[in-house]
Design a protein around this ligand. Structure first.
Ligand code: FAD
Ligand code: SIN
Length: 546
């Protein structure tokens, strides 16, 4: 440890009551809920729309139709998660869903309607129509714009281009956060720090995720002493279009929910043989079936929407329709070539039902958190919902707790924070990101095996020293964070010698009953992982990480 007073760089200090890192659905909704409870500061490492939420298409799941109920939503979530989720957390998610949707309506968000009633779409593994959407397929964009406006009206302070780096912890209690801007290094003291930094999709070569989604919050929480778990469960979305240039583009599951077919190069609907719900089977099954079909035909697999009608398609999917036209693909007439891509981190920072981590006054919410609701495979459109439901709960909990704010700099900083890399290390780190993403895609991707994962592990061990520095640019710090996360994902996937949900190993293709309730968790040091059992037996059980 080094004393903060010895730190070579000048550090500006500020105070607030609640610091929220991240301006996606989880961060913004938590911020709005906290606005009446104290001063709230929200940081985003780029602009406010930088995360994944902005790109969300399908919508938000909630039991809203007369035929539906939280019980049915529970059953679908539990089943899609391969019976691995936390039943208490799932109950909270589905039971509080309608109230949180009503909160959004109160904030002025206008969900799409048909004949006056909220329009409900269908997605994979849902037993009925329960996806609320906005602007057809522009749910994320509309949601973020409305939440930003509401947050600004509530007097929340935003700091953009602020890269959160390190959580200050003393005697096991979080007391603030270090972040950097172009202008330097800053410390902000707070009663509570809430991590809402999203997942880590950029760790993979092909991903639907925004460039900002690099796993920073996972590493910050881990270094602060929180627990990370379930990192072997990473979901791949089955239907992504790879444009000639630029980011992969998601073709929403809602498209299949409206009746689009998946066909192989011979025009055959191959999902009919794979699952009773055909194209609307669970994501992992559809994604693996696509890869198998690609292997057999040595060609793409295609989405066929043409029978949905040239009037309906642009009305229901205006974003997808217009983006595809930019790539000279008229989806009312042309088939869309699709392939799976990395989409969603199921594991994350272990939290209880109120978003508390193992560190006092440190909370996590949204994709970065592991509440346990998704089990081993996430049900479509449950993620935005999770950000809302648990964002509300985090806000209520954080408002009740917290130590008096202490503006003084923490006495001690970890050594890495003041260790400057040499020129070779900087060069190596800068060159690494593409190799890392390529290797993760090929070695710890949709289908993994001991042999490929050991290859990944060996490469990561070689790169490990690069994670021991603090770099002067956010991009390099992101790469170091991605390395650490990749390491833990690989370790966890190696340790789980079975297939379960979206963790599929070609060397252990079946689930192992003895691992049914076991979770892989990391704390303190990379590689120091343990298989542990969390209570999950009864509906009313409350998990506690304390
Ligand atoms: P994000 O929205 O990813 O926001 C993360 C925030 O953290 C950003 O503001 C970023 O700038 C900030 N940040 C990160 N690191 C730092 C740092 N070091 N310092 C400061 N700030 C930082 N889910 C659904 O339920 N329904 C859907 O229809 C749906 N569609 C999707 C479509 C796409 C293309 C994608 C990629 C995902 C989709 N998902 C959907 C998943 C869902 O959108 C995400 O899981 C959810 O939006 C995550 O929200 P979040 O608030 O946790 O994080
Ligand atoms: C989609 O629209 O297909 C994405 C939905 C989700 O990831 O929940």
């Amino acid at each position: 440890m080094t004393r903060a007073g010895d730190y070579s760089q000048r550090i500006s200090t500020a105070v607030t009551d609640f610091v929220i890192v991240g301006s996606g659905v989880a961060g913004l909704f938590t911020a709005i809920r906290l606005a009446e409870k104290g001063r709230v500061t929200v940081l985003s490492k780029q602009d406010l729309i930088a995360g994944n939420t902005w790109f969300a298409q399908g919508g938000i799941a909630a039991a809203f139709s007369p035929e539906d109920s939280p019980t049915l939503h529970f059953e679908d979530t539990w089943k899609a998660g391969n019976y691995f989720g936390d039943r208490a957390a799932i109950s909270v998610l589905v039971e509080e869903a309608p109230a949180r949707i009503n909160d959004l309506v109160d904030l002025g968000i206008r969900f799409d309607r048909t004949d006056g009633a909220i329009a409900l779409g269908r997605e994979g593994a849902h037993s009925m129509k329960r996806i609320l959407h906005i602007g057809g397929d522009a749910t994320g964009r509309e949601l973020i714009e409305s939440l930003i406006q509401a947050a600004k009206e509530a007097g929340i302070r935003f700091i953009e281009d602020a890269f959160a780096e390190h959580i200050a912890v003393e005697d096991g209690r979080c007391r603030g956060l270090f972040y950097s801007t172009n202008g330097g290094l800053h410390y902000i003291a707070a009663r509570a720090v809430i991590i809402a930094t999203g997942g880590c999709g950029q760790i993979y070569q092909f991903t639907t995720n925004a460039p900002a989604v690099t796993g920073d919050g996972l590493v910050m929480a881990y270094k602060a002493g929180a627990i990370l778990r379930d990192l072997e469960f990473f979901q791949f979305h089955p239907t992504v279009f790879l444009p000639p240039e630029g980011q992969p583009f998601l073709i929403s599951e809602a498209v299949r929910g409206e009746g689009a077919y998946l066909v192989n190069a011979n025009g055959e609907r191959f999902m009919l043989q794979q699952h009773e719900r055909a194209e609307l089977g669970p994501r992992d099954i559809v994604a693996r079936a696509i890869v198998e079909e690609q292997r057999k035909t040595k060609d793409f697999v295609y989405l066929d929407l043409r029978h949905l009608g040239a009037d309906f398609i642009p009305r229901r999917f205006p974003t997808i329709h217009s983006r595809c036209l930019e790539w000279k693909l008229d989806i009312t007439k042309d088939l869309i070539p699709v392939t799976p891509a990395a989409h969603y981190l199921i594991g994350g920072v272990e939290v209880d039902l109120d978003g508390r981590t193992a560190v006092e006054n440190l909370y996590a919410v949204g994709e970065v958190a592991s509440t346990g609701v998704h089990g081993a495979n996430r049900l479509a459109s449950n993620s935005l919902l999770e950000g809302l439901v648990f964002g509300h709960r985090v806000a209520m909990e954080a408002a009740k707790n917290g130590d008096p704010v202490n503006k003084e700099l923490p006495l001690e900083l970890p050594l890495y924070f003041n260790s400057v890399p040499d020129r070779e290390a900087v060069k190596e780190c800068a060159a690494l990101r593409r190799d890392l993403a390529w290797m993760m895609w090929h070695k710890v991707g949709l289908i993994r095996t001991e042999e490929t994962m050991l290859e990944m592990k060996r490469a990561l061990e070689k790169w490990l020293p690069l994670t021991r520095y603090r770099y002067s640019s956010p991009e390099l710090n992101e790469t170091a964070n991605m390395l650490l996360v990749a390491m833990m994902m690989t370790e966890a996937a190696l340790l789980r010698r079975e297939s379960r949900g979206c963790h599929y190993r070609s060397d252990f293709t079946e689930s192992d009953d003895t691992l049914a309730g076991k979770q892989i968790a990391f704390r303190d040091a990379v590689g120091a992982n343990a298989v542990k059992q969390l209570p999950r037996a009864k509906l009313s059980d409350k998990i506690s990480v304390k």
